[in-house]
Design a protein around this ligand. Structure first.
Ligand SMILES: [Zn+2]
Ligand SMILES: [Zn+2]
Length: 329
C-alpha cells in the first residue's frame, strides 16, 4: 500500500467528532470536521491546509476557532469545504473577532460550498479584514469528486441529517516504484527515462499504444511497466457522520465508501435506541456495521457515540458494531 496518509480520530469515541489526517513526509494535514480539537495541539493545527466540514452543528464546528487562532499570521491560504451556507458561516466566525492589528501576511481563506450540481468557490482576504465574501467561481460538478491534487482526490456525498450532511472519501493515487533487482538486470542503466516511464504510466490509460525510447531502442510502456515497476495501491479513507439511515443515504454511502481501507462511521445510538436514531437523523451501531460490511471496508471504526451511554453500554455498542460488520450475508 502507498500510505501517504496517517488518519486518526481526534477525540475518544464519545467526545466531539473529527478526523485528523497527517500527510507523511510533509508538514501538512487535513481535518474532517472540527469539534473540540484542543487535543491536536498548536503544531498539528498549524499543519492543517484543508478542512472538510460535514455540517455546522456546534459539535462539528466549534473547533474552527482554534484553526483560526493558530493559522493567522502564517501567510497561508486555508481551503475549507462544506455544505451550502458554509462560506457565510466561516465569514461570521471570522467577523466575530476584531482584526484591527492584521498585517498583510495573515491567513486568507478559500471556501468551497458543495451543492448537488455545482461547487461555489468563495474567498475572504485579510487585506479587506474579511469584510467581503467574493464569489470567485461556480464549478459544475460532473461526479462526486470535489478536489484533486497530484497524489490524491477527495470525493463527497450528501446525506440527510434534517440538514445536508456531507460524507467524504480521500483516495490516494496508486504509486509506481522501480523494482531495483529487475532494474539491475535490465540492459540499460537508470536515467531520466525512469522518471518519464513512471509519469507516463500514471498519466496514461492507454499505455498499450505508447512507446518509450531508451538509448535509441524503443519499448512499449506496458512491457516496461510489467518488467520494471511495482504498483503500490493508494489508500482509501472514508468519513461518514450524522445521517439518517434510509435507502437513499445507504446507497450514497456505499458508493462513496466501497472498498475503503479505513471507514470511519458515526454510530450515535445503540440498537435499542433505533427510534431515537431515526428521530434525530443518526445511525445506530448495527446500521453502521452493516454499511461497513456492505462497503467491504477493510477496517471499520465507529465514533460519535452519544455521551449518555455508560462505559458498559459503550462496550455493548462496540460489540453490536463488530457483529453487524462481520455478519455473513
Ligand atoms: Zn449533527
Ligand atoms: Zn454530531
Amino acid at each position: 500500500m502507498a500510505l501517504c496518509f496517517a488518519a486518526s480520530l481526534i477525540n475518544p469515541q464519545t467526545q466531539d467528532p473529527g478526523l485528523f489526517v497527517r500527510v507523511n513526509q510533509e508538514k501538512r494535514a487535513f481535518l474532517f470536521d472540527c469539534g473540540n480539537i484542543e487535543k491536536l495541539g498548536k503544531k498539528n493545527i498549524q499543519y492543517v491546509s484543508l478542512v472538510f466540514i460535514s455540517h455546522t452543528h456546534i459539535d462539528h464546528f466549534i473547533g474552527f476557532d482554534l484553526v483560526l487562532r493558530y493559522n493567522i499570521g502564517l501567510n497561508k491560504t486555508l481551503k475549507i469545504f462544506g455544505p451550502p451556507q458554509i462560506a457565510e458561516q466561516v465569514q461570521h466566525k471570522i467577523l466575530s473577532y476584531n482584526w484591527n492589528l492584521l498585517t498583510p501576511d495573515n491567513a486568507n481563506f478559500l471556501v468551497y460550498e458543495i451543492h448537488e450540481h455545482e461547487i461555489k468557490e468563495y474567498s475572504l482576504y485579510s487585506a479587506e479584514f474579511y469584510r467581503k465574501l467574493h464569489l470567485r467561481e461556480v464549478i459544475e460538478r460532473k461526479d462526486s469528486a470535489i478536489y484533486h491534487e497530484k497524489k490524491f482526490s477527495v470525493f463527497s456525498a450528501c446525506l440527510d441529517h434534517k440538514t445536508p450532511s456531507l460524507a467524504y472519501s480521500l483516495r490516494e493515487k496508486d504509486v509506481w516504484r522501480v523494482d531495483k533487482e529487475k532494474l539491475d538486470n535490465f540492459p540499460h542503466p537508470p536515467g531520466a527515462w525512469l522518471k518519464e516511464l513512471k509519469e507516463a504510466v500514471i498519466e496514461s490509460s492507454q499505455e498499450d499504444t505508447l512507446f518509450l525510447e531508451i538509448e535509441e531502442k524503443e519499448y512499449s510502456l506496458t512491457d516496461l511497466k510489467n518488467e520494471l515497476l511495482l504498483k503500490l495501491t493508494g489508500q482509501k479513507i472514508c468519513y461518514v457522520t450524522d445521517t439518517i439511515y434510509n435507502g437513499k443515504t445507504a446507497s450514497a454511502i456505499l458508493d462513496l465508501a466501497l472498498d475503503s481501507d479505513l471507514f470511519f462511521c458515526e454510530c450515535h445510538f445503540a440498537d435499542e435506541d433505533l427510534e431515537k436514531a431515526t428521530d434525530t437523523f443518526h445511525l445506530t451501531t448495527s446500521q453502521a456495521g452493516e454499511l461497513g460490511r456492505k462497503a467491504k471496508a477493510k477496517k471499520l471504526i465507529g465514533f460519535h457515540y452519544s455521551s449518555k451511554y455508560t462505559y458498559q453500554q459503550q462496550s455493548m455498542m462496540k460489540q453490536e458494531l463488530r457483529m453487524a460488520f462481520s455478519k455473513k450475508n
